[in-house]
Design a protein around this ligand. Structure first.
Ligand code: 5GP
Length: 211
């Protein structure tokens, strides 16, 4: 009733930590959330659909989007571009809908610079060995790519300090329930509620002055 703009949630963390799984499970349960579909230049994996999993772009198309400032953030990750289309996010927030991004950490840090009022959640692996197993057991990547992804992951873990919340992903359902709890608590934040009440009182004062 008092809600104004939606809240931007950013789920980020090392490659292979299970961001995609947590996000999918969360979206099965939280239908009010809007997922921001990213653009990428990486090739489609089996089963992926354009416009649903990603907007699949050529390098040239992607660089055009960068030039035209159509992206809220973008990053090169393992030789491919990934980015968040800006208009969709801003439109949905304006409509009062919560928007959810699932992105790697360099992009998340850019969002933090441009949109500090976002809520930043770091999904953390139970251990680095576990993380390695998950990346290797995915089985769709070459050895070199696995090593690259692990190197990225180590750097990413150092960036935890930039985040508002950390969720350890040792069990998907537990991790999802923690993310849901974060969403709920953010809606109960004093700063947000207070602003909304003050606005209602201001509106009321204006009406009285007119009468
Ligand atoms: P994948 O190729 O496995 O789908 O994704 C590789 C990485 O890119 C994952 O960590 C994923 O979260 C991240 N990613 C997906 N979309 C975006 C995006 O729009 N921006 C950024 N910076 N990273 C993204």
């Amino acid at each position: 009733m008092f809600e104004e703009k939606g809240i931007l949630f950013i789920l980020s963390g090392p490659s292979g930590v299970g961001k995609g799984t947590v996000r999918q499970r969360l979206f099965e349960q939280e239908t009010h959330l809007k997922y921001s579909v990213s653009a990428t230049t990486r090739s489609k994996r089996p089963g992926e659909r354009d416009g649903i999993d990603y907007f699949f772009k050529t390098k040239q198309e992607f660089e055009e989007m960068i030039k035209e400032k159509k992206l809220l953030e973008h990053a090169k990750y393992v030789n491919n571009y990934y980015g968040t289309p800006k208009d969709y996010v801003l439109e949905q927030l304006e409509l009062g809908n919560d928007v959810f991004l699932e992105i790697e950490v360099k992009g998340a840090l850019q969002v933090k610079e441009n949109f500090p009022e976002g809520v930043f959640i770091f999904l953390f692996p139970p251990s680095l060995d576990e993380l390695k197993n998950r990346i290797v057991s995915r089985g769709t990547e070459s050895n070199e790519l696995v090593v690259n992804r692990l190197k990225e992951a180590k750097k990413e873990i150092d960036m935890m300090s930039e985040y508002d919340y950390v969720v350890v992903n040792d069990d998907v359902d537990v991790a999802v329930s923690k993310v849901k709890a974060i969403i709920k608590s953010e809606h109960c934040k004093r700063e947000r509620i207070e602003k909304q009440y003050k606005k209602i009182l201001e509106d009321d004062t204006n009406v009285r002055t007119i009468n």
